[in-house]
Design a binder for this molecule. Structure first.
Ligand SMILES: *Cc1c(COP(=O)(O)O)cnc(C)c1O
Length: 403
């Protein structure tokens, strides 16, 4: 007879034979138990034909990796603890002292800060490029350029960049590309096979596609996770080695939350998109608004690029910005945001609750590149899953409160 404490650990529980259910079981581990010393010594974390340590994967994380790879149209996937961790893991795996990194001026802000504040200390230089101008990118690629980040649309400013042309410039110069595909989410377009001109061209996209699973794949505003997807096995193994050395693990319960949300992702994405377009059209007609920034609207910067890549009746995320007329100062725009009741003030997006953030866009952009032409204050909306008419009424009363 063992002591109770031992019985609690060595519980004679056997998973039910022949049990099947729509949702997979959740396996959580730091320790993985080997049958014998020979198996322990022969462990191979690299090829996914066994389990070695929780940090390097469980049946639950392998399953999410397979599904995200399929979603992105790739073959291999690594999971990391946030979208930003996906960006830093790619940078750390591929760059060394003396290398140069090129980032779009309209990239996700923390990606630029990572280059400015951390990579710089490692002797990795960076340049910003104007992603609306493939010729600007072309001119900046030099002998030390090792990696170019791509992102569409621009973060916060929402101008849709000519992704296929940017990727082509890099391919011609033999420079590796990584795409932040959080906005497209693997649904609006395929980051590996971009559409340029008439049709989708196989292999015309990025070498690496990352996504903040925090956004639409999680869909709940309650999970932080990122993915790094590739098609090329050697590249995947390079990233995986670095990922293993850096110790970027994800928790089984968080993986389960994403697995639970993935089946509804496409209908959620379409619902966010539909409501966002209703509200964007309404806002565009308001006298307080000088410019709508939503790639699916004619008159928004880069609309033609969105149309070429995603299709004339293509999808867009439920995310857009507006520029207020310059007669409204930032105190008035703050009052508008504060007056909103259904829209909450908060970062991130992709969850059921609509969010709003006012941004000081000029401070986020390179003055030298001059990629920001507007005078008024910018406000970004992330549209949730509420009824469009309720959100519209909320916006209307907030305009009233601002006046
Ligand atoms: C949110 C976001 C990230 C970072 O994701 P976190 O999980 O919040 O770290 C990266 N890129 C883009 C485009 C994002 O919107």
């Amino acid at each position: 007879m063992s002591k109770p404490v031992t019985d609690l650990i060595h519980h004679p529980y056997v998973p039910p034979e022949g049990f099947n259910a729509p949702q997979p079981g959740v396996f959580k581990a730091s320790t993985v138990i080997f049958p014998n010393v020979a198996a322990l010594r022969a462990r191979d974390w690299k090829h996914k034909d066994g389990y070695t340590y929780g940090l390097h994967g469980t049946p639950t994380t392998f399953l999410l990796e397979e599904r995200i790879a399929a979603l992105e149209g790739g073959r291999h996937c690594l999971l990391v603890p946030s979208g930003l961790a996906a960006i830093s893991a790619v940078n750390l795996a591929l760059l060394k002292t003396g290398d140069e990194l090129l980032l779009p001026d309209n990239a996700y802000g923390p990606s630029k800060i990572l280059a400015q504040a951390e990579l710089k200390n490692w002797g990795i230089r960076y340049q910003l490029y104007d992603a609306m101008k493939p010729a600007d990118l072309q001119a900046r690629i030099g002998a030390q350029t090792r990696l170019v980040w791509l992102e569409a649309p621009g973060s916060v400013s929402m101008e849709f960049v000519p992704l296929a042309q940017l990727a082509q410039v890099c391919r011609q110069r033999g420079v590796m590309t990584a795409l932040d595909n959080t906005w497209g989410a693997g649904l609006a377009f395929n980051g590996f096979d971009l559409r340029s001109g008439e049709g989708v061209v196989a292999g015309s996209g990025a070498d690496i596609v990352v996504q903040a699973l925090t956004k639409y794949p999680s869909g709940g505003g309650d999970v932080l996770m990122g993915s790094i997807v590739t098609r090329d096995e050697a590249l995947h193994h390079k990233l995986k080695l670095s990922h293993m050395r850096l110790g970027f693990g994800v928790g089984g319960n968080d993986v389960e939350a994403v697995l639970r949300s993935l089946p509804s992702m496409e209908i959620r994405y379409r619902a966010h998109d539909r409501t966002a377009r209703v509200l964007a059209a309404w806002l565009q007609a308001r006298p307080e608004i000088a410019q709508l920034l939503h790639p699916a609207f004619a008159g928004s910067p880069g609309h033609a690029h969105w149309q070429a890549l995603c299709g004339a009746d293509g999808l867009a995320a439920g995310l857009f910005s507006v520029v207020f007329d310059a007669r409204f100062g930032s105190a008035q725009v703050d009052a508008f945001c504060d007056a909103l009741k259904l829209f909450k003030l908060g970062f991130s997006w992709g969850g059921p609750m609509s969010l709003v953030v006012p941004y000081d866009l000029p401070a986020m952009r390179s003055a030298a590149l001059g990629t920001w032409p507007y005078k008024g204050v910018l406000v970004r909306f992330s549209i949730g899953l509420e009824a469009a008419e309720d959100l519209q009424a909320d916006l209307e009363q907030a305009f009233g409160a601002m006046a």
